[in-house]
Design a protein around this ligand. Structure first.
Ligand code: GLU
Length: 485
């Protein structure tokens, strides 16, 4: 290991709810920093201004703190390398993009979106990936400066070295081998967008360098970006950090964990009553070989003798049943006082989570357990369906299947988020299906809630979100197919 001070980071993009994968990567970074007396830093990568929100950023802080992670530097706590929010560092990226323009490692590209679209279409027709043809790479610096000064819009692209047979490689600290990428596979990457914001590649490398990051421990999905980053470090004349790519969490069918198959939001897990102890233990179990038979451990336990080469190279399966078992175990071990604290905290958190529809729940409130009654369908990963519930007036098996499949397909094509958008998304299929509106909606109600009484259906769909709504419709359809005559 180099004698450089250990500094690692979690560099999340604040788009949507905090993802369980973020906690998974945070765990390894945090334990590595703790085991080596290093620093764990939180950076917000919000250069995609169309998708990033402050609300999401806040919920990342809350979720990671809840799980027990503490960062010594970050947008919320400051630090010597502030600002830690990329949208506040645009002048730094501009300065660094100029360095690359000046030393010939990057060039301005003035190609219009029409020209690029043409190129894209042509390459798609030839079944090839998009690859910029390098037209603007041949512009003289004078012409490039003149056009930029005249106010023409441009992006800055990286001039990937095109020498015959050129390859860039790096050593992966988990895989313990060199990973290489031929330059023929690397397009001249955009580093600065026309709006003056950097792309991930430039911002990530500049920040990791300026924040003295010693080890980049991140998800495997970035592994093909790393050679590009290594080229950028070279172009700046900087020493690259060490790199470790952690295998992605998988569903039981080996596909990458996604909202369509499993709950992935840390907010959801918290509201659903999962304990932080169970979640961190579960994440550790999935990806870390603790070196002991004992499968019960805390973040502190893992931190004690954490080494990067003990991170698993195989794709860990996200098995919700296993998490449920752990969760039960932890709860049963709580003292009664701790259990009371857990119950009240979880209920309050669940109520906050359901805030958008809390008014509907409140208006049905008669006795104290009513909140739990109405809330439960949002926090169960799947519904236990019964044949009786699907015995709906005028709905035989083909009509049930038609309604459930048609609604799922319609939602798949929509971008519904708000209740009325859900209504609009399914109205077309429903009204042309030849099925009575009430019966059609009842089939959906049973599919989403397991019951014939529920909160307003459009609210239910909006609260579940499009992915989980589609998932439930599909699960219900499978139930109907296999269980209804
Ligand atoms: N912003 C990237 C993410 O959200 C960071 C990847 C990295 O760690 O380099 O995962």
């Amino acid at each position: 290991m180099s004698d450089k001070k250990i500094r690692v980071r979690i560099a999340t993009s604040p788009t949507g709810e905090p993802h369980v994968g973020t906690a998974y990567i945070a765990l390894f970074n945090y334990c590595f920093a703790k085991a080596n007396g290093g620093e764990f830093i939180l950076r917000i990568e919000d250069t995609d201004q169309t998708r990033s929100t402050r609300e999401s950023e806040e919920s990342i802080y809350k979720a990671l703190s809840w799980l027990g992670f503490k960062w010594s530097e970050g947008p919320d706590v400051g630090g010597p390398c502030a600002p830690y929010r990329q949208s506040e560092r645009t002048d730094i990226y501009k300065k660094h993009s100029d360095i690359l323009l000046n030393n010939g490692s990057a060039y301005r590209c003035f190609c219009s979106s029409e020209r690029l679209d043409e190129m894209r279409k042509k390459l798609i027709a030839e079944k090839k990936n998009f690859f910029y043809d390098g037209l603007c790479r041949n512009l003289s610096r004078e012409e490039s400066d003149r056009r930029a000064a005249a106010g023409e819009s441009y992006v800055v692209r990286m001039a990937i070295p095109r020498d015959e047979g050129a390859v860039t490689s790096f050593h992966d600290e988990i895989r313990q081998k060199a990973i290489e990428l031929a330059h023929t596979e690397i397009d001249d990457q955009i580093l600065m967008k026309a709006d003056g914001f950097p792309t991930y590649h430039l911002a990530n490398v500049v920040d990791d360098h300026l924040m003295s990051i010693s080890h980049v421990i991140r998800a495997e999905e970035w592994i093909t970006s790393t050679p590009k980053h290594v080229l950028l470090y070279k172009a700046f004349g900087w020493e690259a950090p060490k790199f470790a790519h952690v295998s992605l969490l998988r569903n039981a069918d080996k596909s990458k964990v996604s909202k369509r198959k499993n709950p992935v939001s840390l907010n959801w897990f918290r509201a659903a009553g999962y304990t932080k102890e169970a979640i961190t233990n579960f994440l550790g179990l999935m990806g870390y070989n603790s070196g002991s038979e004992n499968e019960r451990f805390t973040i502190e336990d893992i931190s004690r003798d954490f080494t990067i080469d003990r991170i698993s190279t195989s794709a860990p399966i996200f098995d919700l049943q296993k998490l449920n078992v752990l969760n039960e175990e932890y709860i049963r071990k709580y003292s009664v006082d701790k259990y009371i604290e857990y119950l009240s905290e979880t209920t309050a958190y669940a109520a906050q989570y359901l805030r958008p529809i809390l008014g509907e729940i409140q208006s049905r409130h008669k006795i104290s357990q009513d909140f739990q009654f109405w809330a439960r369908i949002f926090f169960t990963p799947g519904i236990a369906y019964s044949k009786e519930a699907f015995a709906i007036k005028e709905m035989d098996k083909p009509s049930l299947e038609k309604a459930l499949k048609g609604a799922a397909d319609a939602l798949d094509e929509s971008k519904a988020v708000k209740p009325d958008e859900f209504e609009k998304a399914i109205a077309g299929h429903r009204d042309s299906s030849g099925i009575k509106m009430g019966s059609y909606m009842m089939a959906l109600r049973v599919a989403l809630t397991g019951s014939s009484t529920s909160l307003p259906l459009n609210d239910v769909m909006a609260m579940l979100g499009r992915d989980r709504t589609i998932m439930r419709l599909k699960e219900a359809n499978a139930f109907v197919r296999n269980n209804i005559k």
